[in-house]
Design a protein around this ligand. Structure first.
Ligand code: PSV
Ligand code: MN
Length: 401
């Protein structure tokens, strides 16, 4: 067995480096297209989301930023400066800004890829507004997920759509401040079912390159076909200097929004292993934005977030105890069994003591989940939000129809 204790400082170093953005939408009532089940504790407004995220940050010590969705979190009369200071009052910063190009009725046939130049202009303007919003709240990242695609073969010209998209994205790059990066998220299907305009990492990579130096690729762990080798994609993007960030979640069938590593923890371990091995081999620490992108219909939302963060910390700690030099030696000798055994040993090593020690060092609870359950926070917000919902006449749950 790997002697985990001799890697204590390496584990502490990777945990110090790992900050994870929380998604504002993960604290509100969400669900599937068939229905949603309301929770009394679910956030009603943006202040609730800040409060919940701040609670998770206090307990885990590694979530200082809240990712926001422009149309879900910002109203027309909201001043960005106020949002920024409100976040600061909660000990947080605004993280990645997510433009929304998928709700508006005019996007029925696409947004940045739409055949009609007027609709593309509208979509571009929304993205420019989002970039400006990011500048005003001092956020460094704009993440674009594009719902564009088509449902039937022949519905539109695939190459023409690519050209329109490239042109729009290049315009957007020109609006970024020198401190902003632009992450292009890909997804193979949904809501479109025949083709998606940004369907995989190769398409995101090609367009990010065409956009300019501040554009990179975002890997949403749930946005891959069954059994796709995600860690290889990560290794390639790292090598190309094009890995910008992650949306953490897990999937069993499609884009299920399950909690990170709930289905395949070994895969997330292998992703972290690729990142740490790149840093070890090159001496470079890539700037990677880690964000959670999960909406829980059944699990209590705050618990699910804490569980996700704790899981990520545990898995990165396991990847940190891989002996990269030993592994390189085993690889050079073509000791295939030895190589695999070494990786597996790291994965199966109990690192909880090292992670706990790091938490104690940070002055936080060794067990954030239990600390949350004992904090009384949930009971307070449940009561207050139940009452507020009644006063506002908000009915929770039900169908989306
Ligand atoms: C789309 O499925 C996606 O992964 C994008 O990142 C959106 O911003 C997010 O989900 C909304 O939950
Ligand atoms: Mn995502």
């Amino acid at each position: 067995m790997n002697d985990a204790s001799k890697y204590a400082s390496r584990v502490a170093a990777v945990l110090n480096d790992l900050t994870i953005e929380l998604p504002s939408w993960g604290f509100a009532d969400t669900g599937t297209r068939f229905g949603k089940f309301g929770q009394d504790s679910a956030a009603i407004d943006f202040t609730d989301k800040l409060s919940d995220a701040s609670h998770v940050n206090r307990l885990t010590g590694c979530c200082p930023k809240l990712a926001v969705h422009v149309l879900w979190d910002f109203s027309a009369n909201q001043q960005p400066a106020e949002v920024k200071s409100q976040a600061e009052q909660h000990g947080l910063r605004i993280g990645s800004i997510n433009p929304n190009l998928f709700q508006d009725q005019q996007y029925k046939y696409g947004s940045l890829c739409h055949p009609d130049a007027k609709i593309r202009e509208h979509a571009v303007q929304h993205c420019i507004d989002s970039i400006k919003l990011g500048q005003a709240v001092d956020s460094r990242v704009v993440t674009l997920w594009l719902a564009d695609g088509s449902n039937y073969p022949g519905q539109d010209n695939l190459r023409a759509r690519k050209g329109r998209l490239q042109e729009c994205l290049q315009t957007l790059h020109g609006h970024l401040s020198s401190e902003q990066s632009f992450l292009l998220e890909y997804k193979p299907f949904e809501p479109a079912f025949y083709h998606t305009d940004l369907a995989d990492w190769g398409m995101s990579l090609a367009l990010a390159r065409a956009m300019g130096p501040q554009a990179k690729v975002l890997v949403d762990t749930g946005h891959h076909y069954q059994s796709q080798n995600i860690e290889q994609i990560v290794a390639w993007l790292l090598d190309e200097g094009m890995l910008g960030g992650f949306h953490f979640n897990d999937r069993r069938y499609a884009d299920d929004d399950l909690t990170l590593a709930s289905i395949d923890p070994y895969q997330i371990f292998r992703i972290f292993y690729e990142i740490l091995s790149y840093a070890h081999d090159t001496g470079r620490t890539p700037t990677i934005e880690y964000m959670i992108d999960q909406s829980h219909n059944l699990k209590p939302k705050i618990e699910a977030m804490i569980q996700t963060v704790m899981t990520a910390q545990e898995l990165v700690a396991k990847a940190a105890i891989v002996d990269f030099d030993l592994l390189a030696d085993l690889q050079a000798r073509q000791d295939i069994v030895g190589c695999e055994r070494h990786l597996k040993q790291a994965f199966f090593t109990d690192v909880s003591g090292l992670v706990t020690a790091w938490r104690v060092e940070q002055g936080i609870s060794p067990d954030p989940l239990t600390a949350h359950r004992e904090s009384g926070y949930l009971e307070v917000i449940e009561k207050e939000r139940r009452q507020r919902r009644q006063e506002l006449g908000i009915v929770t749950g039900g169908s989306y129809a």
